[in-house]
Design a protein around this ligand. Structure first.
Ligand SMILES: Nc1ncnc2c1ncn2[C@@H]1O[C@H](COP(=O)(O)OP(=O)(O)O)[C@@H](O)[C@H]1O
Ligand SMILES: [Mg+2]
Length: 483
């Protein structure tokens, strides 16, 4: 692993040093890869013929995604500022773009990552600092870095020590073509990231082709930075934060099912294909995405196999397995995310709805539209406090309000708390805070903070003693009265 990281880091740094900006065409990588396909065709050995076939297939796939026309209704949505920028650049002559970049960057200009900003390129990578390894999968290695001292980004490139390159080298022994085969995945991912725009899909900020020690025109993509998803960590967070992950996933799947490219399935759905950005789940790995709906002549052709369960979907009169992409995504969302994150320590009035969502998706009784509206409904009930309406409010104690004060110590632990040492929970209103305090035998007071969670709920510290109330202008202490 260490050797692999060193190899990748060395290749990566070397490619940075050499940095020459090459041309930018409509599909990133189009020219470089096209010439690779042509070269492979001339080699006569059977192994090379196989490799050439694979290159042609991948190349064909990239072209299909590049040229896929959006249906008329979706076309309008597609031409957003960033998309338009890509199109504008495509129309320019490569030389024009090269000279523009050669004079444009002033060394410490701020890197602009806002939507609609120009795409970043090799010029921006030249100034990368704090480069650190983040992770790798089957094909790619990912680093984080600061560009121009101003913006954190993620940098993806083909992992020279990864399984994909290793397997290819073992079979074909041709580094140049193996690299090209693997880098098609990066190109495909770029195209999909450009054509699919959604808050839960990572943004592509730019890309760069540079010569590295082994490869000419090695590709690096520049992306929005996230934090690799740690399931164990997620299991320890509050229900509200776990619900946010599931909601972002469902919003993403809803978009993918109705995307400008048709219904998109994420064939490799494991949690490591997603990252977290400001508490939201975003998909990063798009190289295994597919828009093809399986063709069929009978229902039994539409068989979906999972480790714990299988499904047979209807074969439509047009000879396509109905909603297979959408249902595959949904069942994967159920088995990797919903079962672990949704019901567990949820507010009890919401439990029946959450159990229904988990069961219905686990049996694929609902499609994504129904699942989406049910999760949005849960969010609405939770945010509006309506879920509390049926809860009894038989309080035993009175609470004395002490404005502009707080209790610093006197913590006790509860679960799942937003604070490691103390009991910090979110509540809808004062009534819910009192209820929580009543339900904890240690609770003698609580402190209303000036902080809220992503749903706008109030964060409240629950305390086991009220004898050390101190002045604090931003908080309010509520002290439980005896009797
Ligand atoms: N934008 C990003 N920010 C932070 N980490 C990332 C980012 N993209 C990928 N990663 C991490 O790098 C790993 C490998 O990236 P991925 O695109 O999944 O490569 P592969 O196609 O080889 O599986 C991911 O599992 C994830 O943990
Ligand atoms: Mg991956």
């Amino acid at each position: 692993m260490r050797r692999r990281r060193v190899t990748v880091a060395a290749g990566f740094c070397f490619s940075f040093c050499l940095g020459t900006l090459l041309n930018l065409v409509f599909v990133p990588g189009f020219d470089h890869h096209q010439s690779g396909v042509a070269r492979s065709r001339t080699d006569p050995s059977p192994a090379s013929a196989d490799l050439a076939r694979q290159l042609r297939e991948r190349y064909g796939e990239v072209i299909r995604y590049r040229e896929h026309r959006a249906p008329p209704a979706a076309a309008k949505r597609l031409v957003r500022p960033l998309e338009r920028r890509l199109m504008d650049l495509a129309r320019r002559a490569p030389a024009e773009h090269r000279s523009e970049r050669a004079v444009a960057p002033s060394p410490k200009s701020r890197v602009d990552l806002a939507a609609g900003a120009p795409l970043l390129g090799c010029g921006d990578l030249g100034d990368a600092t704090d480069v650190r390894y983040l992770g790798s999968g089957y094909t790619k290695a990912v680093f984080k870095a600061v560009l121009n001292g101003t913006a954190w980004v993620a940098l993806k490139s083909v992992d020279f020590g990864g399984h994909d390159i290793e397997n290819c080298l073992r079979r074909f022994g041709a580094m140049g073509d193996c690299y090209r085969l693997a880098s098609y995945k990066l190109v495909k991912e770029m195209i999909l990231l450009r054509r699919l725009q959604h808050p839960n899909i990572l943004q592509l900020y730019g890309y760069c082709y540079q010569d590295s020690n082994e490869i000419s025109d090695a590709l690096t993509t520049i992306m929005e930075l996230g934090a690799p998803l740690e399931m164990i960590q997620l299991l320890q967070t509050s229900w509200e934060d776990r619900f946010r992950i599931c909601l972002s996933l469902v919003r993403l799947l809803h978009y993918l099912a109705h995307s400008p490219l048709g219904s998109v399935s994420l064939l490799d759905f494991r949690p490591r294909q997603f990252v977290i950005v400001d508490g939201e789940l975003k998909v990063t790995d798009m190289d295994d995405a597919s828009t093809e709906e399986e063709s069929c002549s009978r229902n039994s052709d539409c068989f979906m196999e999972f480790p714990a369960r299988n499904f047979t979907l209807p074969c439509s009169v047009e000879g396509r397995c109905q909603s297979m992409n959408e249902k595959r995504n949904l069942y994967n969302a159920y088995r990797f995310f919903f079962t672990y994150l949704l019901p567990h320590s949820a507010p009890s009035p919401l439990r029946p709805m959450l159990d229904l969502i988990v069961n219905a998706t686990g049996e694929l009784r609902w499609g994504i539209d129904e699942t989406f509206s049910q999760l949005e409904k849960v969010l609405y009930l939770y945010k509006s406090g309506l879920y509390l309406q049926n809860v009894s409010h038989a309080h035993k104690a009175e609470y004395r309000r002490v404005p502009d004060t707080s209790i610093v110590e006197e913590n006790y632990r509860c679960w799942p708390s937003y604070h490691h040492q103390g009991c910090l929970l979110s509540v809808f209103d004062l009534r819910e805070a009192i209820e929580v305090c009543e339900s904890h035998s240690q609770c003698k007071a609580f402190v209303w903070t000036n902080q809220t969670t992503w749903t706008g709920r109030q964060l409240v510290f629950f305390k086991m003693d009220s004898s050390h109330v101190v002045s604090d202008p931003d908080k309010i202490t509520y002290v439980k009265m005896a009797g």
